[in-house]
Design a protein around this ligand. Structure first.
Ligand SMILES: [Fe+2]
Length: 419
């Protein structure tokens, strides 16, 4: 199969910053109180959106309560007056007196705004389903290592999140090391803070909650690597996951697929996960925008090239990325910004896979090393803004000052036909 040809262009900072400013609108409040009946409306301490199934027609709503047993969500199209009800489920949050509620809305209209609430006397929230195809521009943000392990006030997480929300992304992808709670019972408060910050800040300019999908990192797990799911109690209870498994694929219609992987934290890299990856990628060679997301980099920007986890990913996953036409692999864990040259068979190759990373949304950035495969590296907190427009896609690196400091453009291979 012919591969993507990546073209790199220098950023015209003035032009792009101007465009960026134009996109940054004042946000309106996300919540609107329902008609008052005396009691204060129910406003959950955490409300966050993700997907178990196709984001063009479904939405999975998760919220917390302090012991509530009501799992219903009422929802309606913004342009209609009829309320529908979805029944969810609940389970206790480990090491906490909170209850985690989950409800999936299905059969939704594509590219459509909805509002939802938990009762007639609850705060209302809004979301939008993903569009049918890439005739509408798709925008999302990617990053990882979101909350500095020593910073309980999470100021860096807030700063970068505020800037990410200003881009009005349709969703976010978080590549692990999220709240740095390490599965530790004494650090449950870090998750409360993280989810409260997300609810408050990750809202579009017209008041929609920004959904997100997650990959697992070592700081979600007691012991970090080579553990079982039981050692990541928060990750597995907070996030709705198909089959309750950390690795999965999420298909947006037939135009975009995200393959989210577990880089050896609660599932081994090789054997079962690699077999699963081969099957899933094999069935998606015609998806025009095919991305992998995981925590530990195959091509590290700081850690040793031959560290065991990276070497294992290069041995087991990278050949599959190359064989089945993965366009970009989003990597994290090393706490710098990096863009590799396109790589195939351990060499720079214009038809190879691009690796973007390396996870510094909220952590203190490290100093990158000199490596043959790095085309650009920077010691900066950042997120990556991905824009897909038909067959074209661009990746902007934006730092914690809102400055665009790197850009790469790609065009989908003709072998992959957008739907
Ligand atoms: Fe990490």
């Amino acid at each position: 199969m012919s591969r993507v040809k990546a073209t790199v262009s220098k950023v015209n900072l003035i032009t792009i910053l101007g465009a960026c400013l134009a996109l940054s609108c004042a946000r309106v409040g996300v919540a609107k109180a329902a008609p008052g009946k005396g009691a204060a409306p129910f406003d959950p301490p955490a409300v966050y959106l993700t997907w178990l199934h196709d984001p063009t027609t479904t939405m999975t709503i998760q919220w917390h309560s302090n012991g509530g047993r009501d799992d219903d969500v009422q929802y309606q199209r913004l342009d209609k007056r009829v309320w529908h009800t979805a029944n969810g489920s609940h389970h206790p949050m480990p090491h906490s007196d909170r209850i985690v509620h989950v409800a999936e809305l299905t059969g939704l209209k594509r590219g459509t705004d909805y509002r939802f609430r938990f009762s007639e006397n609850s705060v209302e929230f809004k979301f939008r389903t993903m569009p049918r195809n890439t005739k509408e521009r798709i925008r999302f943000v990617v990053g990882g290592d979101t909350m500095d392990p020593l910073d309980m006030l999470d100021e860096s997480f807030e700063e970068t999140s505020r800037l990410a929300a200003k881009q009005d992304p349709m969703f976010a992808v978080i590549g692990g090391d999220i709240a740095y709670a390490n599965g530790n019972p004494g650090l449950v408060g870090r998750w409360y803070n993280w989810l409260a910050t997300w609810k408050k800040l990750m809202v579009t300019s017209d008041g929609r909650l920004i959904p997100f999908v997650v990959a697992i990192g070592n700081h979600e797990v007691q012991g970090g690597f080579n553990q079982t799911p039981e050692k990541a109690p928060y990750f597995y209870s907070l996030f709705a996951l198909p089959n309750k498994r950390s690795y999965r694929v999420l298909d947006f219609g037939r135009y975009l697929s995200l393959v989210l992987l577990d880089s050896g934290h609660t599932h081994p890299i090789d054997s079962e996960q690699t077999d699963w990856l081969r099957q899933r990628l094999g069935g998606r060679q015609d998806v025009p925008h095919l991305f992998a997301v995981y925590h530990v980099p195959a091509y590290p920007s700081v850690r040793q090239f031959d560290n065991g986890v990276s070497a294992k990913i290069r041995e087991h996953w990278v050949p599959l990325f190359e064989q089945f036409g993965v366009d970009v692999a989003f990597e994290h864990h090393d706490h710098v910004y990096k863009r590799t040259h396109p790589i195939r068979a351990e060499k720079i190759d214009p038809g190879g896979v691009l690796y973007l990373g390396d996870g510094a949304w909220g952590v203190i950035p490290r100093k990158p090393r000199d490596r043959w495969y790095l085309a650009k590296e920077a010691s900066k907190q950042h997120f990556i803004l991905v824009t897909i427009n038909g067959q074209n896609r661009s990746f902007l690196a934006i730092d914690s000052e809102g400055q665009i400091f790197d850009q790469v453009n790609q065009s989908a291979s003709y072998a992959k036909t957008p739907q």
